[in-house]
Design a protein around this ligand. Structure first.
Ligand code: G4P
Length: 527
């Protein structure tokens, strides 16, 4: 069991749409032999269908509403990749997925640097202090200076960076990278779209003639100067800092051309850690503890529409999971057998007999689990720290069209909110029946509308609201009505009775903080 846990690596890939996350994931899967696509991975359409759209239902619906998990083997490691959906299917699930990862790979487009979605996802990773590895992609295109990119990462994210390799030219001039650890050149010759592994050309900086032949005199000189500068800058590579999330190792490459992907994977696997311990109150749960424990980080409704079923995804925190054994569902205070335990292997879903700390399993949920719940061996008294609720960014007032359908409407919207797809609020003491719905990604509004209609038979009217920011009021004793707020700030409550404020701009948040000394506002909630 210990060996199995020791060889597991569970990480999420984060990026802004189009930076190359799908392409990189696919190349990693190719190396692991989890998918076999001879030759080039051509269009995005083919690529997406091959890997990310593992769920038939998604294809039928034409929308991707889930974060997928892919497991594969590579050189003795068992790798779990958590995909964080981007594009229009960005949702709170994307954030929650990061709660299940032990590290993150941040893909950045070399021409664009940090983009809004990278920023949001980084924040969540930083909150957990998990190691973050940076892959600067698309060096085969015109790119910004690597110094510039690293400076941006350091200034915006407040972390250190350490270039593991260094690009030689970019765009048409892209000649490869210099591997700083092995002090050799990895030469880029042409398009390598397929599975081929690129041979490194061993060549030190002192072999000037050979280098001139490989990359040209001008680039050789630039490289020599760059490396001298980097080595001289005195930045030490500090693994401890990496593991605490304070220093990000940076790799340059081109996922599309398969360039720099395998060295990145090898280095990454070598530097990341096996499953990290998780806390339950004061107790730190060791992943090597043979007793099984896990927490639910995502609930996917309607995997099969005919059965109205739900799948609860859990991250195993310790020990070994065995099919057909009875475990304790802590929040429900009941023992149960987890039905149809499944694991996702690239595009397949398979029923499994066992799984280990670090793995993600999906189990059939007859409606008993909530996000953040703990499942463990009987006799263990555990309760993992819950998963925070993250502030939505889009808001709409929602009401039912048919006034007779009050019960169905309330039941439906409540259940969908409990699954964590949307958050719901109301204006206290106004008697207004409208429900304010908040979502992280706008697609969730459509999902809500679709599900209320198909599952609960309720049509809704939706009125967009101009708010952009939501903050939980941390002070228990404050009288919200007496606060000095801009006139467009709205006071709402969630269904647990927490007080929140809706703002139309960051300026209004600052106003609230400035004019009300002692007011504490939070971007996420842990209740
Ligand atoms: P995402 O998952 O982060 O959204 O990005 P994705 O991998 O889908 O890549 C976005 C686009 O960038 C794709 O082009 C992809 O081929 C391209 N791309 C990814 N890596 C590289 C790279 O290293 N170099 C270059 N030049 N392009 C790269 P597309 O035109 O949108 O789709 P496709 O039809 O080419 O697949």
């Amino acid at each position: 069991m210990k060996q199995e846990i020791q060889r597991r690596r569970t990480f999420a890939i984060i990026s802004h749409p189009d930076a190359g996350k799908t392409t990189l994931t696919e190349k990693l899967l190719l190396y692991g032999g989890a998918i076999q696509l001879a030759g080039s991975v051509k269009g995005k359409a083919t690529a997406r269908h091959a890997v990310s759209d593992w769920m038939e239902l998604e294809k039928q619906r034409g929308i991707s509403i889930t974060s997928s998990v892919m497991q594969f083997e590579y050189e003795g490691y068992c790798i779990n990749i958590l995909d964080t959906p981007g594009h229009q299917d960005f949702s709170e699930d994307t954030y929650r997925t990061l709660m299940a990862a032990d590290s993150a790979v941040m893909v950045i487009d070399a021409a664009k640097g940090i983009e809004p979605q990278t920023r949001k996802l980084f924040k969540i990773c930083a909150m957990r202090h998990i190691p973050i590895f940076t892959f600067v992609n698309k060096l085969d295109r015109e790119a910004r200076s690597p110094y510039d990119l690293m400076e941006e990462l350091e200034n915006e994210f407040g972390i250190g960076t350490y270039p593991m390799n260094w690009p030689i030219g970019c765009g048409h001039d892209f000649k490869g990278v210099y591997d700083r650890e092995n002090r050799q050149i990895l030469a880029f010759q042409e398009f390598h779209r397929g599975q081929d592994r690129i041979q490194a050309v061993a060549c030190s900086l002192e072999e000037t003639e050979k280098l001139d032949g490989l990359i040209g005199h001008r680039l050789r000189q630039t490289l020599t100067d760059d490396i001298e500068l980097l080595d001289g800058a005195g930045y030490e590579f500090d693994l401890e800092q990496v593991r605490q999330g304070k220093l990000s190792p940076v790799f340059f490459g081109s996922a599309l051309n398969n360039f720099g992907v395998e060295p990145f994977l090898e280095s990454f696997l070598h530097l990341t850690m096996p499953p990290l311990p998780r806390t339950s109150g004061e107790e730190v749960v060791d992943p090597m503890d043979p007793r099984f424990s896990a927490f639910v980080f995502k609930i996917q409704a309607n995997m099969n529409k005919a059965h109205r079923d739900r799948i609860a995804f859990m991250r195993i925190c310790s020990g070994r999971f065995e099919r057909d054994r009875e475990y304790l569902h802590v929040q429900g205070n009941k023992t149960l057998r987890l039905a149809q335990p499944q694991q996702l292997m690239a595009q397949d879903r398979a029923i499994i007999d066992e799984a280990f700390a670090g793995d993600i399993i999906g189990v059939f949920d007859p409606g008993i689990f909530s996000i953040g719940d703990t499942i463990c061996e009987k006799g263990m008294s555990l309760c993992f720290e819950g998963i925070p609720t993250f502030a939505p960014e889009h808001f709409a007032a929602v009401e039912r069209v048919d006034t007779m359908k009050r019960k169905q409407f309330e039941k439906g919207i409540m259940q969908i909110a409990q699954e964590g797809a949307i958050q719901i609020f109301h204006e206290p003491n106004t008697g207004v029946e409208e429900v304010i719905v908040g979502v992280v990604g706008v697609l969730q509004f459509e999902v809500l509308e679709y599900r209320l209609k198909t599952e609960y038979g309720v049509d809704i009217r939706r009125r967009p609201m101009p708010y952009e920011l939501l903050r939980w009021v941390e002070n228990d004793d404050v009288d919200i009505r007496s606060l000095n707020l801009t006139s467009d700030t709205k006071w709402v409550q969630d269904f647990k009775g927490n007080n929140l404020l809706l703002f139309t701009s960051p300026w209004c948040v600052n106003w609230a903080l400035d004019k009300n000394p002692g007011l504490l506002l939070r971007e996420f909630n842990r209740d």
